[in-house]
Design a protein. Sequence first.
Length: 390
Amino acid sequence: MDLDARITRRQRRSTDAALITDFEPLSPVAHITEPSDRGPAFERLLDHFSPAFDGALPPNAYLHGPPGAGKSAVVSALFARLARHATGDAVIHTSTRAGTPQPSTPASAMPAFVYVDRRTATTPFAFSHAVLDALVSESVPTHGVSTAAIRDRLADAVAAHPTGVVVAVDHTTTAAPVAELLTALPDRARWLAVGRSEPSDAALTAHTDRDLRIDAYQRQTLVGVVTTRASLALGQHAFTQQHARRIAAWSDGNAHDALAALAVAAHAADSAGRSRLTDADIEAGIQDVPRGGVVLGRPLAVSDAKQRVLAALLDTDATHGSVTEAADAVTATPGVSLSQSTVTRLLYELSGDGIVERVRATTTDSAGRPPSRVAVRFAPTAFRRLRARA
């Protein structure tokens, strides 16, 4: 925790007696500026990007690791710093590179650094648009222009940069389409793909020169992560080390699931008007997070129509019915404003994306295929709270 955060937290203590003083640090989709205890991962990435500090382009690479290992937190934080450094606004430091800062490479000699979240840049147009928008100062149109035209403008922007561009593409959940996007980048662009698949299972590694790995959090390290987030978000004495150890032991190295459980536990205590979390709150948080589910960033990144369907699905308890019954219940929910056929289609699309799942019943009262029910694959309480804050 930095000094500004400490001062801000003291101010909150004196002015706000609420249990939750700031929900943002509880969010598993929010990344803090300096991810906890990930110095070695930063060092490996900085070593990989070392050619950039001499004005050259690093080779393409693939960064992989299990869910909740902090890949997104590390890459987004590092690329934000590198982008600032490339424009002369900052100097890169890590906890293990202490000492007197050395003269930095002139900003004009460093490549540009761009971070793209694949969950929101789902199409070739959106991907090229995101990279281009980060490189140019003028507004980039989102309508009335073709993908080919955006790619031409991107090629011009990359060619105009003295030393090229490095693009991080996070959440590469579909390897083949991502490989096509990355290999279509201009010649003077290099990339870092980030995903969960082992290199042997990722088609895009045929185009990389190096594979990097981030391992799951060790239990004690994750205790520190949970404690740090709780200290930033909750009132004094609201959370104990015993609670942090319980969450860390359950989450098995997955920081996303640990923070989701913490967020739900805090919400439960806050809703009950308590100033401290109880053991029951912690267990409620754990129960809300499905094992092997998807990260909350996935349902929060889909279209507004799909989010309305998900919210209605939870509010109507339609997860206990068949797909048809779920669609009927969602359609009848005020504020959804979608036809039954549209809701049905969106449910099937959400199922195809792994955000909801159709669980086949084991028995049926009539001939033919047994009916299925719809179940979400994310923490519902955390989703509601985060969506309400958006």
